[in-house]
Design a binder for this molecule. Structure first.
Ligand SMILES: NC(=O)c1ccc[n+]([C@@H]2O[C@H](COP(=O)([O-])OP(=O)(O)OC[C@H]3O[C@@H](n4cnc5c(N)ncnc54)[C@H](OP(=O)(O)O)[C@@H]3O)[C@@H](O)[C@H]2O)c1
Length: 273
């Protein structure tokens, strides 16, 4: 793993604290991590539990670090960066997880050049170390900025690189995707119960089935369509189930769901512009 240098987390709610915990678990020395939050007790609790240093202010947090992770809600990103701007220098790299806030906005508000800024889109499974994050890298991004951003997420997430124009697509897929899968899990378990299983048995079989299918695709680097063929024999049970999903246009519904979420992400970004 690349050395991310000393890091300040501005905002240690759900996402910020999960990323900070992930770094400590990956053996980044806790004393190199500063955390700041308007909810001082949250920052102090995280410090007590992990050994990171809670600071009294956002400015203090960024004063002696290399990387600043902006992990506040999008609505407060502007005021937080304007407050931090006098303390930021071109030595700093700014990594933002704030949904819908563009690199250009981050640059305008922080005073940093776009080459020192990496906009990202993580997802909530990073809370349990199984996240998926896209980091937006352009030809202008400094190599050390890209590497430091990658290092922030590697302990908790799969990291992919995309052009910034594709961040809305990422939001529609992996950002919102866990909710689609939760819905599918509910339905899978409902089906099991309709077929006679207890709720407890149906829910655990459903979750393990989704986990096992996803792990098979990842571990074997296999094409999902081929794997599906392998479990579908002519006249068998799986083809009967898949027939209903095709007839009810399951595939088209999922494709359209991702597109609708991506469009909504773009609309929300434009509204904050
Ligand atoms: N959760 C997701 O699924 C997800 C996925 C991808 C990206 N994101 C992005 O991740 C960011 C954080 O989301 P989250 O779910 O972790 O939010 P969260 O749990 O609300 O955490 C944000 C934290 O920032 C604190 N804060 C507010 N104003 C501050 C300020 N001026 N200075 C320092 N700290 C401040 C908040 O304190 P108070 O509670 O006192 O306001 C809160 O503890 C958001 O921008 C979101 O778009 C979230």
């Amino acid at each position: 793993m690349t050395d991310p240098g000393a890091i300040a987390f501005i905002g240690v709610g759900r996402m910020g604290s999960a990323l900070a915990r992930g770094l400590v678990a990956a053996a980044v020395p806790a004393d190199r991590i500063r955390v700041s939050d308007t909810d001082r007790s949250a920052a102090r609790r995280l410090a007590e539990e992990t050994g990171v240093r809670a600071t009294e202010s956002n400015r203090e947090a960024v004063s002696d670090v290399d990387t600043v992770v902006l992990a506040v809600k999008p609505q407060v990103a502007k005021s937080v960066l304007q407050e931090l701007a006098p303390a930021l220098t071109e030595h700093h790299v700014l990594v933002s997880i704030a949904a819908g806030i563009s690199t250009a906005q981050l640059a305008a508000w922080s005073g940093l050049g776009v080459r020192r800024i990496v906009r990202t889109m993580p997802n909530t499974p990073c809370l349990i170390g199984a996240g998926a994050v896209a980091i937006a890298i352009s030809p202008e991004t400094d190599a050390d900025a890209a590497e430091r951003a990658r290092a922030i997420f590697e302990p908790t997430s799969l990291v992919v690189t995309v052009e910034e124009r594709l961040i809305d697509a990422v939001t529609g897929l992996s950002g919102s995707g866990p909710a689609y899968v939760f819905l599918f899990l509910e339905a899978l378990a409902d089906g099991g119960m309709a077929a006679g299983l207890s709720r407890e048995t149906a829910e655990s079989l459903a979750a393990q089935t989704v986990l096992g299918a996803a792990k098979t695709v990842i571990d074997l680097a296999a094409d999902p369509a081929q794997l599906r063929d392998q479990v579908t024999s002519p006249g068998g049970t799986t083809v009967a189930g898949l027939g209903v999903l095709e007839e009810r246009k399951f595939r088209a519904a999922v494709v359209e769901a991702v597109q609708a979420a991506a469009r909504r992400s773009q609309e929300l970004s434009e509204a904050t512009g």
